[in-house]
Design a protein around this ligand. Structure first.
Ligand code: FMN
Length: 367
C-alpha cells in the first residue's frame, strides 16, 4: 500500500472521510443569548465543510459545566434547535461534524454556576496561574468544591444527556473533551486529583471517570461515532502530572476496549516545551491506542504530510489555519498561499474575522 497523504480517505469509526485534514475544535465565543448557536455560526461551519471532519467548538454539557462567556451549550431545547441549523448547513455543504462535549470544572467561576455556587472539581485546588474569564472581565479563580463520590453518577449523566441532545441536533458523532485542564483532565492528572476514594490515587482510579463517561456516551451513540481528546504534555490551566507517559498510556490502552472512532492528541510543540510543556513521545502513545489517531498542534502542510508518512497518526487537525482558510483542503491540494490570521478577532464579536475570510478566487484555484 502506498503511503497515505493528507488527501487519502480514512475511516474514523463510522465516518469515511474524503481527506485527512480535520478542523480542530475552536472556541470562538459567538453564541447568542442562552448559549444558543446562531445563524452566523452555521455559516462559519458550513464554509469549512471541506474538512474531512469538523470537530465543533467546546460545548457545555450543563450549566455547571459552563464558564466561558458566549460559548454554546447543549443542555436546553433552544441550544439543541440552534445546533440543528448548524448541522443542517454543514451537511448541505457536504461536510461532517462532531460535537465536542465540555465540562470546565474548576476553570469556571461562581458567576456562571447555578445559584452562584462554587465550581466543581476532583479536589478543592484552585489553578495557581491565570484568571477566570467572566462576563465582567478577568477575575481571580476561586477554590473549587470537591465533588462527592455520590455526585459523580450525575456528572456522567450530564455527558450522556448532552450526547443524546447532540444526536437530536443531527451531529455525526461526538468528541469527549478530556484535554486542556477541564473537568475530565482534572480527574485524570495527579496535580489536580488528590482524592482518596476510588476516583483518586493510582492512574486506574484517576481514569475511572473518563472511562465511565466514555461508556455512557458510547451507549448513546455507538463507539464508532465517539472520539476523545487529550493533551498529554500540556500545562494550560495549571495542569501537571507526576508521570504523564504512564497516565496517558494507561487511559489510551484502557480505551481500546470500546473501539472508538478515534483518539485525538494535542502534541507538544518545541515552543510549548520551552514554556513548560512536558515531552510525551508520540510513538509510545500511538502504540498504546489501537484505533485511528488524530494529532494536532502547530502542524502545517509539510509537517502534517510527514507525520502521516511516518505512520504516527491517521489524520491531522488544524486550528489557526482553518480559522483563516475556510477552503484549507483545496489550498493544501494546490499548495496555494494561505490567508493570514486576524488574531484580534479570535474570540467574540460578529462576522469580522469569523465568516469573512475569503476562499480562493478563480485565478488561484486554477493554478
Ligand atoms: C481560538 C482557539 C480556540 C480553541 N478552542 C478549543 C476548544 O474549544 N476545544 C479544544 O479542545 N481545543 C481548542 N483549541 C485548541 C485547538 O483545537 C488546537 O489544538 C490548537 O489551536 C493547536 O492547533 P493549531 O496550531 O493547528 O492551531 C483552541 C485554540 C484556539 C486558537
Amino acid at each position: 500500500m502506498s503511503t497515505p497523504d493528507l488527501f487519502t480517505p480514512v475511516r474514523l469509526g463510522a465516518v469515511e472521510t474524503s481527506n485527512r485534514i480535520i478542523m480542530a475544535p475552536l472556541t470562538r465565543m459567538r453564541a447568542g443569548p442562552g448559549r444558543v448557536p446562531t445563524a452566523l455560526m452555521a455559516t462559519y461551519y458550513a464554509q469549512r465543510a471541506a474538512a474531512g471532519l469538523i470537530v465543533s467548538e467546546a460545548t457545555s454539557v450543563s450549566q455547571q459545566g459552563t464558564g466561558c462567556p458566549n460559548a454554546p451549550g447543549i443542555y436546553t431545547d433552544e441550544q439543541t434547535a440552534g445546533w440543528q441549523k448548524v448541522t443542517a448547513a454543514v451537511h448541505q455543504a457536504g461536510g461532517r461534524i462532531f460535537l465536542q462535549l465540555w465540562h470546565m470544572g474548576r476553570i469556571s467561576h461562581p458567576s456562571f454556576q447555578p445559584e452562584g455556587g462554587l465550581p466543581v472539581a476532583p479536589s478543592a485546588i484552585a489553578p495557581r496561574t491565570g484568571q477566570a474569564l467572566t462576563e465582567k472581565g478577568m477575575q481571580p479563580y476561586v477554590t473549587p468544591r470537591a465533588l462527592s463520590k455520590e455526585e459523580l453518577p450525575g456528572i456522567v449523566t450530564q455527558y450522556a444527556d448532552a450526547a443524546q441532545r447532540a444526536k437530536s441536533a443531527g451531529f455525526d458523532g461526538v468528541e469527549i473533551h478530556n484535554a486542556n485542564g477541564y473537568l475530565l483532565d482534572q480527574f485524570l492528572r495527579d496535580g489536580t486529583n488528590k482524592r482518596t476514594d476510588e476516583y483518586g490515587g493510582p492512574v486506574r482510579n484517576r481514569a475511572r471517570l473518563t472511562l465511565e463517561v466514555t461508556a455512557a456516551v458510547v451507549q448513546v451513540w455507538g463507539a464508532d461515532r465517539v472520539g476523545i481528546r487529550f493533551s498529554p504534555g500540556g500545562v494550560f490551566n495549571d495542569m501537571s502530572d507526576s508521570n504523564p507517559l504512564a497516565t496517558f498510556s494507561h487511559v489510551l490502552h484502557e480505551l481500546n476496549r470500546f473501539k472508538l472512532a478515534y483518539a485525538h492528541l494535542i502534541v507538544s510543540t518545541d515552543d510549548d516545551l520551552k514554556h513548560g510543556a512536558v515531552p510525551v513521545p508520540l510513538p509510545a502513545l500511538r502504540k498504546e491506542f489501537h484505533g485511528p489517531l488524530i494529532v494536532a498542534n502547530g502542524f502545517n502542510r509539510a509537517t502534517a504530510t510527514q507525520v502521516l508518512a511516518e505512520d504516527l497518526a491517521d489524520a491531522v487537525a488544524f486550528g489557526h489555519l482553518f480559522i483563516a482558510n475556510p477552503d484549507l483542503p483545496e489550498r493544501f491540494r494546490l499548495d496555494a498561499p494561505l490567508n493570514l490570521l486576524d488574531e484580534a478577532r479570535l474570540y467574540g464579536g460578529a462576522g469580522q474575522g469569523y465568516t469573512d475570510y475569503p476562499a480562493m478566487g478563480p485565478q488561484l484555484a486554477r493554478r
